[in-house]
Design a protein around this ligand. Structure first.
Ligand code: GRF
Length: 196
């Protein structure tokens, strides 16, 4: 049974989807939900499900990313995770941290990578006049939003869409894609999950 730690920064809707799916014959179980923001509402939602939670506020560390990560590593390593899922986690991780979990850290990004790495993905897709958008689960590597793709889900961009309506349509697919990818990944299968 693989042990999965989930890192969040906000509401944790992706975390909830992952936690709710890791039941029954699923080859993994969630063992920790941690955040860089002690006020992240996802922490209370995780605790309400009986999940162990941890928070390390990144703000006191200022620009010293390595010091923040050293503090985050304490509860993280204590949970002895096999897999780490970044789920709405909004901090850029140093190559040193990424290397420590090479090949076993996943992230979900709200675009069809390699298009639109970074922020404001929906606004950029709309501005480009794209007729299709979506989300990607990928292995985390030192290059931001650029690791091997483990799954993608596509949605149409509809006339009249704004950032909020497109984000909502993509988020609904994130909640389908990430659990499907984690279930396959935890079973040792890296075949990409491609949702229509
Ligand atoms: C969402 O915009 C999602 O696309 C991205 O992180 C944001 C918050 O997700 N992955 P969550 O509700 O905290 O999982």
């Amino acid at each position: 049974m693989k042990r999965v730690a989930i890192l969040i920064s906000g509401g944790g809707s992706n975390m909830l989807a992952l936690v709710r799916d890791m039941v029954g014959d699923h080859p993994a179980r969630p063992i920790l939900v941690a955040s860089n923001d002690p006020e992240a509402s996802g922490l209370a939602r995780a605790a309400a499900l009986g999940m162990p939670v941890a928070a390390v506020d990144h703000r006191p560390f200022g620009k010293d990313r390595a010091a923040f990560e050293a503090a985050l590593l304490a509860p993280l390593l204590a949970a002895e995770p096999d897999i780490i899922c970044l789920a709405g986690f909004m901090r850029v991780l140093t190559p040193g941290f990424v290397q420590r979990f090479a090949g076993r850290m996943l992230n979900i990004h709200p675009s069809l990578l390699p298009k639109y790495p970074g922020l404001h993905t929906h606004a950029r897709a709309l501005a480009a006049g794209d007729t299709e958008a979506g989300c990607t689960v990928h292995e985390v590597t030192a290059d931001l939003d650029a690791g091997p793709i483990l799954g993608q889900a596509r949605v149409p961009v509809l006339p009249g869409d704004d950032e909020a309506s497109l984000a909502a349509r993509v988020l609904a697919q994130e909640h389908r894609l990430y659990p499907a990818v984690l279930r396959r990944f935890a079973a040792g299968d890296r075949t990409p999950v491609l949702l229509p």
